[in-house]
Design a protein around this ligand. Structure first.
Ligand code: ZN
Length: 522
């Protein structure tokens, strides 16, 4: 992305009509037409992205004012953006058309009376560059994802893949004449994990660039102090490894986002110089400590492994653990039924934490372990920024059918995190009942916006859960439940008091390790 484009995007964010909105957290919501298109094309949850963003849009939670009607797509990697009449269409106009084909929803007019509720700044997310992707991923893997010769200056593989990048729907050409080449190609695809649950698909290159670009930009907005909370519901691809796709994840946007949060940068700061006047100066700053919380049903293996040796990033994954449940890890069952895993190397003890929950976990279970295990770790680690992967495959109704969470569990935990007033990046993740994923994430978006108004958390939750889904064709076709509420099922909760106490005891131990480690370094 060019520096002029960066400036333009930053200006757009700053130029929002903030004075007309009630005070509260500055929330930025990142999405783009290309991001929706390529996320919708994922085989694991087809159409989910449209479902999620359409609901958020129709609930009136987005403020498109700062994006203006000017085309902002300038990246050389972008596909063309032509309207049906052949003219160029702004990404905002295209986004509105995608989310609201019948044009049934009208944004509140700017300049009119203050809105009843705050809205998130709608930020059209950029594409990630090759360099940004390679901040974590291996060059060969990035080449395999994007098309052989996509990287600048690399022409060793010919021109086919360059055209595949320019036109993401075109796959790299394989030489089908040579059996040896086919076998070699197949072996390489397997080596990169591009098979089984991570097959190539026509919009793969676009997906990789858009999802990584959105999360990196969301992190940049936080690090540049331009937002307090940023949201990327298409992000949260926690299983992708440095050089291998896994578990429906091709690019680890979370790792890239955390690296962006940690990057030192110059930020303007104003200080009082007396007589009521203020002076601007630029300071070099960075987030020294970042906490990553993973609420997905599955262990956030890719993120944990990426930062396993880092003492500035603490990863804490709440997930289901059972023999053979993806992603499998080398564990030993202890006599009390819990599993034993390393919580980090000697140089960074208790920085890679696992919180395994048994089948049937409810919102009450999640709230209980937040209070006894998660909150004390946050308190001890004192992160300046928190990244939350809000996968909803643990919600009741998800095809996995392992946990039994309802909306209240997610809202409770994320509400408590938001109350800590740290820079917060909220990401999506798993969630294979698309309407339920949309319900939970729309609720969390609304929660982030309402938070900071000194409302009681319980009353915010109550208002959200009572909210009706807007009446619109797109949504009603996908769900018979017209409420934002995700209802818990009848599943037996195997996380009994004794097990919760075992977890609390183990995390008490982690907390003491962390406390000792931090004290030694102060
Ligand atoms: Zn998952």
């Amino acid at each position: 992305m060019s520096s002029s484009e960066v400036e333009k995007r930053e200006k757009l964010l700053q130029a929002s009509p903030g004075g007309r909105q009630p005070e509260g957290k500055r929330v930025a919501y990142l999405v783009s037409p290309d991001l929706i298109r390529s996320s919708d094309a994922l085989v694991c949850h087809p159409g989910r992205s449209s479902c999620v963003h359409s609901l958020v849009y129709h609930l009136g939670l987005l403020d498109p004012a700062e994006t203006s009607e000017q085309p902002v797509k300038e990246s050389s990697n972008s596909s063309s953006c032509a309207s049906s009449d052949g003219g160029e269409e702004s990404e905002l106009a295209e986004l509105k058309r995608m989310l609201d084909p019948d044009a049934s929803y009208i944004f509140p007019e700017q300049g009119s009376k203050p809105s009843e509720h705050r809205r998130a700044k709608l930020v059209i997310s950029p594409l990630a560059s090759d360099e940004q992707l390679m901040a974590f991923h291996d060059t060969c893997y990035v080449k395999a994802l994007l098309g052989e010769a996509s990287l600048k200056g690399d022409t060793s593989e010919g021109h086919e893949a360059n055209s595949a990048l320019a036109s993401p729907t075109k796959r790299p050409r394989f030489d089908t004449k040579s059996k040896a080449n086919v076998q070699s190609q197949s072996k390489r695809e397997s080596q990169f994990g591009l098979e089984d649950d991570c097959p190539r698909f026509p919009l793969l290159a676009q997906h990789v660039r858009t999802v990584a670009g959105a999360t990196i930009h969301a992190a940049d907005l936080l690090a540049n102090h331009q937002a307090d909370v940023t949201i990327v519901w298409d992000g949260g691809r926690h299983h992708a490894h440095r050089s291998k796709a896994a578990g429906f994840c091709y690019v680890n946007d979370i790792v890239l986002g955390i690296l962006a949060l940690k990057r030192p940068r110059k930020v303007p700061q104003s200080r009082n110089v007396g007589s009521g006047s203020r002076k601007q100066k630029t300071i070099l700053t960075r987030f020294e400590r970042v906490l990553y919380l993973d609420l997905d049903l599955h262990w956030g293996d890719g993120v944990e492994q990426a930062f396993y040796s880092s003492s500035s990033v603490l990863t804490l994954s709440v997930h289901h653990h059972a023999q053979g449940f993806f992603p499998c890890r080398d564990t030993r069952e202890s006599a009390n039924g819990s599993f034993q895993v390393s919580s980090g190397p000697e140089s960074a003890p208790a920085h890679a934490l696992s919180l395994p929950l048994r089948p049937g976990a409810t919102s009450e279970t999640l709230s209980a372990v937040y209070a006894s295990c998660i909150d004390p770790i946050i308190e001890t680690f004192e992160p300046q920024a928190i990244v939350v992967q809000c996968g909803t495959d643990g919600a009741a109704g998800d095809p996995h059918g392992v946990w039994n969470l309802c909306s209240a569990g997610y809202l409770d935990v994320i509400g408590r995190i938001l109350k800590r007033d740290k820079a917060t990046l909220l990401l999506g993740g798993g969630g294979y009942d698309s309407p339920n994923a949309a319900r939970v994430w729309a609720g969390v978006t609304s929660l982030a916006l309402q938070h900071g108004e000194n409302k009681d958390l319980e009353s915010i939750r109550f208002e959200l859960l009572a909210k009706k889904v807007p009446d619109q064709t797109f949504w009603s076709e996908m769900s018979g439940n017209d409420s934002l509420k995700v209802h818990a099922g009848e599943m037996k909760n195997e996380n009994d008091e004794q097990y919760l106490q075992q977890l609390a005891d183990r995390f008490e131990h982690y907390k003491s390790l962390l406390t000792k480690w931090r004290q030694e370094r102060k």
